[in-house]
Design a protein around this ligand. Structure first.
Ligand code: MEV
Length: 433
């Protein structure tokens, strides 16, 4: 196996073969986690219910998800340990395996285009849209300065804040117009939801006074097409048949919404676990990505792969607004730990890393789907779950896994009833005559 040349090479080498205690020790020995972090993880994470009560209402406990780390990622020349909180078998393994492939044969580059998030102020039925627009735009600078002075001053101090206002007309279909004010704001390292909502609600009164129209509602938009995250992968030395099959699979997802939905789910398999681990609002990101996937009129893939006979190129473009300060990110100790593992310095860096992992996950899925199919790799890893589901005891598990692997190799599929049946057989063959 090729050596991984990097400072984190020691961490990545054979990481998946270690047991849990060894994995933690390795992270500690490399100075990525300290002994307090290890104690916290070994004790099962969050236990303090008063924290849960700060987040939501009617708390009765915590729902624990496994937290793993994907290895081998080198993004924009920097090595990353990727924390992933997720329940689905094989996501972490596929991400790590595909990242290794890219590390050996290519590279990942990322960027963020635009800085502003969007808030919306709705006036449901205006007497004259033209007059409304003229009045708001005439006072644009005053409204921006007012919002920055009274509400977004913290962001302004950090180099962000409200930067622009625009007005859109929506045809109501009843002969009247709806007017929407878009408020553009740079949230710096926060996701910015609370602050943009506060800004929009604050602007309600001045806009009503200026225009003599009624504001109906104020809320951010998750379709943040003003701040897009891009990730690009290029790979050389790919088997030409595989390269061309991956490009064909990608074309399928670009042309067919049924396939695009599943393709994008696979991309989100890489993104959501990072968002969950870092305490980010994954519903907001999901909503934004799916809405953006429709921006050309019909639902399509947010990734694209092309093969020119030499280089396999992949691209991800979508809104991916996250934060590394404020909200749950700041309060949840596991989110703090995940951010420490990631070692990102800005919200944009986190967004770029998540996009890169999403694109990598997509490549892993397309590679599996166009070669051995998804069942083989997935099921090999899923077999352990089936043994538990069938009720096998710790001592029976290795033998049952062996039996199920034989069944899988033979029939190319496997289910819980196979596991139950195999366990029955195992017990009867093991019981004394
Ligand atoms: C399964 O969680 C994800 C895949 O369906 C993604 C895809 O089809 O591209 C394998």
């Amino acid at each position: 196996m090729a050596q991984i040349p990097s400072e984190l090479g020691q961490l990545f080498q054979g990481f998946s073969k270690l047991n849990l205690t060894e994995r933690l020790s390795r992270l500690q020995s490399l100075g990525i986690l300290n002994s307090d972090d290890l104690d916290y993880l070994k004790k099962g994470g969050l236990k303090d219910f008063s924290l849960g009560e700060k987040f939501i209402e009617n708390v009765i406990g915590y729902f624990q998800l496994p937290l793993g780390v994907a290895t081998n990622f080198r993004i924009d020349g920097k090595d990353y340990v990727i924390p992933m909180a997720v329940e689905e078998t094989s996501i972490v393994a596929a991400a790590s395996k595909t990242a290794r492939w890219i590390r050996e044969k290519g590279e990942i580059h990322t960027s963020v285009v635009g800085h502003e998030i969007i808030g919306q102020i709705q006036c449901a039925k205006v007497k004259s849209f033209a007059r409304f627009k003229e009045q708001v735009l005439a006072q644009k600078v005053y409204l921006i300065e007012l919002a920055n002075r009274e509400v977004a001053f913290g962001l302004v101090n950090r180099g962000g804040g409200v930067t622009d206002l625009s007005v859109r007309e929506i045809d109501r279909g009843d002969g009247h117009s709806m007017a929407i004010v878009h408020v553009m704001m740079n949230p710096c390292d926060a996701m910015g939801a609370n602050i943009i909502n506060q800004v929009c609600e604050f602007l309600k009164e001045p806009i009503e006074q200026l225009t003599n129209e009624k504001v109906t509602m104020c809320i951010l938009s998750n379709l943040v097409d003003t701040k897009l995250t891009k990730a690009k992968v290029s790979l050389r030395g790919v088997d030409p048949e595989l390269g061309s099959k991956i490009a064909e699979a990608s074309l399928f997802a670009q042309k067919d919404p049924y396939r695009a939905a599943t393709n994008n789910k696979g991309v989100l398999n890489g993104i959501d676990p990072i968002l969950i681990a870092t305490g980010n609002d994954w519903r907001a990101v999901e909503a934004g990505i799916h809405a953006y996937a429709c921006s050309e009129g019909s639902y399509r893939s947010i990734t694209k792969w092309t093969w020119d006979g030499e280089i396999l190129r992949g691209e991800f473009v979508a809104p991916l607004v996250v934060g590394i300060v404020g909200g749950v990110t700041a309060l949840h100790p596991t989110a703090g730990l995940a951010l420490k593992l990631l070692n990102v310095r800005s919200a944009e860096e986190l967004s770029r890393v998540a996009a890169a992992v999403g694109l990598t996950q997509n490549l892993g899925a397309l590679r599996a789907l166009t070669t051995e199919g998804i069942i083989e790799g997935h099921m090999k890893l899923h077999i352990k779950n089936l043994t538990l589901g069938a009720g096998a005891h710790e001592k029976e598990i290795p033998q049952l896994i062996k039996k199920l692997e034989e069944i899988l190799a033979l029939r190319k599929r496997i289910s819980l009833s196979n596991a139950v049946e195999a366990l029955k057989e195992l017990r009867s063959s093991n019981s004394p005559p």
